[in-house]
Design a protein around this ligand. Structure first.
Ligand SMILES: [Zn+2]
Length: 181
């Protein structure tokens, strides 16, 4: 549990729920990586496709977590989908940002920073691209990604404003309660 829950936490959770729904819509089934079929798919990706190694640096680790290649946020709008998840170690999970634009690196730029040689980069990139293809990650065109981003942005803003509305609603109700005391 978070110890301090802000409006932006709630809005970001809403965005992830939305990107999960869109991913499941393409998949045509639910994709809960925490249990059942979804967990089986994730375990297979981690153990068989990536042999329990971080997809970025190649280190073997017992503590590999799910990384969304196209980030699972309102900026990149990556979907929660088998073709968009890879195992990742803790240090590689922290995506760098471009200094000038402050935008996050895409997964290929991130991969480049984690490889020591150009050959390593080529091999790992090929493996990831093959994984995306094998798992049929939807090939969204630029217009579709822009549409996703616009909807996500609107969801972000409406979630934040719903919280403000709830606060004001409570204040109004509380005023009448205090009057009656
Ligand atoms: Zn790593």
């Amino acid at each position: 549990m978070a110890t301090y829950n802000t409006s932006s936490d709630a809005a970001n959770t809403m965005i992830r729920a939305f990107l999960t729904k869109v991913g499941e819509n393409y998949l045509e089934h639910s994709f809960n990586t925490g249990s059942g079929k979804g967990k089986e798919i994730w375990t297979k990706i981690k153990r068989e496709t990536f042999e329990n190694k971080c997809a970025f640096c190649g280190e073997s680790s017992e503590n590999l977590t799910i990384e969304h290649l196209v980030m699972f946020n309102r900026e990149q709008c990556g979907l929660h989908h088998p073709g968009n998840i890879v195992p990742c170690c803790k240090p590689c999970n922290k995506r760098q940002r471009h200094q000038d634009t402050k935008q996050y690196y895409d997964w290929m730029e991130q991969l480049e920073t984690k490889c020591e040689t150009i050959d390593e980069f080529k091999i790992r990139k090929k493996k990831i691209l093959q994984h995306i293809k094998d798992k049929n990650y939807p090939n969204l065109n630029e217009d579709e990604v822009n549409a996703l981003r616009a909807v996500a942005m609107s969801l972000y803003e409406s979630t934040s404003s719903e919280l403000e509305k709830s606060l004001n609603l409570f204040k109004d109700i509380d005023k009448t309660l205090v009057r009656r005391r």
